[in-house]
Structure formats: C-alpha cells, structure tokens
Design a protein around this ligand. Structure first.
Ligand SMILES: NC(=O)c1ccc[n+]([C@@H]2O[C@H](COP(=O)([O-])OP(=O)(O)OC[C@H]3O[C@@H](n4cnc5c(N)ncnc54)[C@H](OP(=O)(O)O)[C@@H]3O)[C@@H](O)[C@H]2O)c1
Length: 338
C-alpha cells in the first residue's frame, strides 16, 4: 500500500523550551492489532513539553525525530488483520501509550487495546481533551486509592487538566472532595462538585484540612510534604508529579542504577510518610482502552464533563504548548488537526 507523507509537529533533538518543527513524516506502520486513526483533534498536556525538554530521556527511550502529542480524537480509517473491536468509520479517542506517542499529526497507528469509542455527546476537540487526564484520575482514585463512598480526598490543583476530571470522578464515587486553587477559579471547581475549596492565595490548605484518606498531588515538593499533615494514619499520598519510587522503577523495567536513583529521590518523602503511618506512592499513568470505555459511559451519563480552556489551530501547536507551560490553564487545551 502506498504510504503518503503527513504533516506533523516533531522534535529532532531534546531541547529545553525548543520549538517543535512542522515537518512531513511518513504515515505510521499498521501492526496486526492496530487501528489507523485520522486525527481530528489532539489534546495538549504538560508531559509534551517535558518530553521535548528531555526530562523523560532516561525512562522513555524514543527514537528521534519524534512526533509529540499524547491525546487524540478521530476516525478509524483502516484496521490491522487481528483487530476485532473497531471498524473503519468508528469515531474514537485514546491516549496511545507512552511508547507510541505522536498525536500532533494527521494519522496515528494505535493498539486496539488502548482505544475507546468517543463519547457521542462530545465534539472531537472535547473528546481529545479527555484520555490522558481521565485515565490518570481513574488510575489514582479507583485503582490505586480504591476510593470509597464517604471517604475524604484532597485533589490539588482542582482547576487543571487532571484536577477538573478528578474532582468529578471522586464525586461520582461518592467521596467528600477538597481541592486547592486560586481565587479566580473557586467558582469553577465548586461547579464541578468540590465540597471544600481552599483558595491558596488566602489560606494554607494544611491548616484547614485534617483527617483525609487520600491526597492526589500534582504539585511540587513543598505541597507534597505539607499534604502529610492533612492525611490520617493509614491514609494514602499519591503523587503524579514525583518523586518516583522504587516500585515504579521496577514496574517500568528500569535497570539497577535507575532503581537506586529513584529510591534516593523518594527516600525523604517515604521516610516522613512511614513515620506518620501514611502510604506514599508515585503513579505514572498508562494507556487503557477498557478504562477509557468506562469513562465514555460516565461522560455520556453526564457524570463527567470536559472543561475546555482554549482550542488552537494545528499550525499554532507551539503556542498551545507555551500556553499550557504557563501553568495557568483552566481545564484543557486542545489543537484542531482536521
Ligand atoms: N504521572 C502521571 O501519569 C501524570 C499524568 C498527568 C499529569 N501529570 C503531571 O501533573 C501535573 C498537573 O497536570 P495537569 O495536566 O493537571 O496540569 P495543568 O492543567 O497545566 O495545571 C494547571 C492548573 O494548575 C493550577 N495550579 C498551579 N499551581 C497551583 C497551586 N500552587 N495550587 C493549586 N493549583 C495550582 C492552576 O490553577 P491556578 O491558575 O488557579 O493556580 C491551573 O489551573 C503536571 O506536572 C503533569 O505533568 C502526571
């Protein structure tokens, strides 16, 4: 079959703050379990800039040039010989997996196990905003924390990409939800269902909140350590912004040296957590079409809705990344591809 070139935003080498190059790459190869998706919209995440900067070079071994982009919504155009779950014409969305990123492009090949049908009530742009952050929220709150009805959870940065979905998922699970945000976003996080909002411009969350079962941390070291004071003994401190711990190193298949580095990086917070009877763990989200399918149902039932900040045209992908890098996005930023 003829392979045509496709437009994509890529990097030729890792460079902090470097611009992505608009270039032509050949259409990806379709493996037997893959679906080929024509991308209509791609979500932008902080991880895209971090990969460009080279922050993940040690744990994610990419070949360069590399097309960036970790979220998509689009239409299936072809399927591999062993694909059973999807057909050409299906409207889908996905996080393609950390080892197969590349959604700032016209086409992508993705393993069918990582794909789900797009929620019918969302536009392509809205759908593209969902997979990475919703899978993260699911894997923290449902899988790792096993959050139960009536339990108390603190979700930091409630107005961000992860926070806006995590608040809604935690409320759906029946939890009592506290969140942190700045004054300008208090109304937004309340509208998503937060029971307690700590405006970090006026209050210190660690002085206001006590007796929590779970904290989802997506902020820095200072917030991570202060979060220990909010949790009750037996509580779970789950961080998605580091530091990585030895269990993650093992799951990730890191070699001995990298395992020791991660052990060292997290030794302080693990020691402080243990002293208080709290369980610290780091979580790095993974692609999962089955979980994304459950998220589709929650969106179609109206339990979770996307929060969109800005939509950029494809040629302004660099501006979209720069906007997310300000750290001030309210919900999600998306690029329209088609
Ligand atoms: N490990 C994983 O698998 C994984 C998965 C997803 C994300 N992450 C990481 O998690 C972090 C968050 O991701 P994201 O997509 O949610 O980012 P994001 O959408 O860019 O977050 C922006 C939001 O953060 C809020 N914020 C910034 N500083 C804050 C503070 N001190 N207290 C409370 N809120 C604050 C901002 O609200 P204000 O403007 O009101 O301050 C803004 O709404 C990133 O570092 C990302 O790389 C990791």
């Amino acid at each position: 079959m003829k392979v045509s070139p496709m437009k994509s935003f890529l990097i030729d080498r890792y460079k902090k703050g470097g611009a992505l190059r608009l270039g032509e790459m050949s259409e990806p190869k379709l493996r037997e379990n893959d679906v080929m998706v024509e991308i209509h919209a791609a979500g932008v995440n902080p991880v895209d800039s971090k990969i460009r900067d080279g922050e993940f070079k040690l744990i994610l071994r990419y070949r360069l040039p590399l097309i960036l982009g970790s979220d998509l919504a689009g239409v299936v155009t072809r399927v591999g010989s062993k694909v059973t779950r999807f057909s050409p014409g299906d409207e889908v969305y996905a996080h393609p997996g950390q080892d197969r990123i590349g959604t700032f492009a016209e086409f992508i090949a993705i393993d069918q196990a990582n794909v789900a049908l797009k929620p019918k009530n969302l536009t392509m742009e809205e759908a593209a905003s969902i997979p990475l952050v919703a899978l993260t929220a699911w894997q923290v709150l449902v899988e790792r924390a096993n959050l139960q009805k009536g339990q108390k959870v603190l979700i930091h940065a409630g107005s961000g990409g992860v926070g806006t979905i995590a608040i809604q998922l935690a409320k759906h699970l029946g939890a009592y939800v506290a969140t942190t945000t700045s004054t300008a976003n208090v109304a937004l996080v309340k509208s998503l269902g937060a029971d307690v909002v700590v405006d970090y411009k006026n209050d210190d969350f660690e002085k206001v909140l006590q007796g929590y079962d779970v904290v989802l941390n997506s902020l820095g070291k200072d917030t991570l350590e202060k979060s220990l004071g909010v949790l009750k003994p037996g509580g779970k401190l789950i961080s998605i912004s580091g530091p990585p711990d030895p269990d993650f190193a093992k799951e990730n298949g890191s070699g001995w040296l990298l395992q020791q580095v991660m052990r060292l990086l997290s030794s302080g917070i693990r020691r402080k957590s243990k002293r208080r009877g709290i369980n610290y763990s780091f979580l790095f989200m993974t692609a999962n079409g089955r979980q994304l399918g459950k998220i589709t149902s929650l969106i179609e039932a109206g339990d979770i809705r996307p929060v969109m900040d800005r939509v950029f045209p494809f040629e302004k992908t660099n501006e979209a990344l720069a906007y997310v890098e300000t750290g001030r996005a309210k919900g999600k930023v998306v690029v329209t591809v088609k």
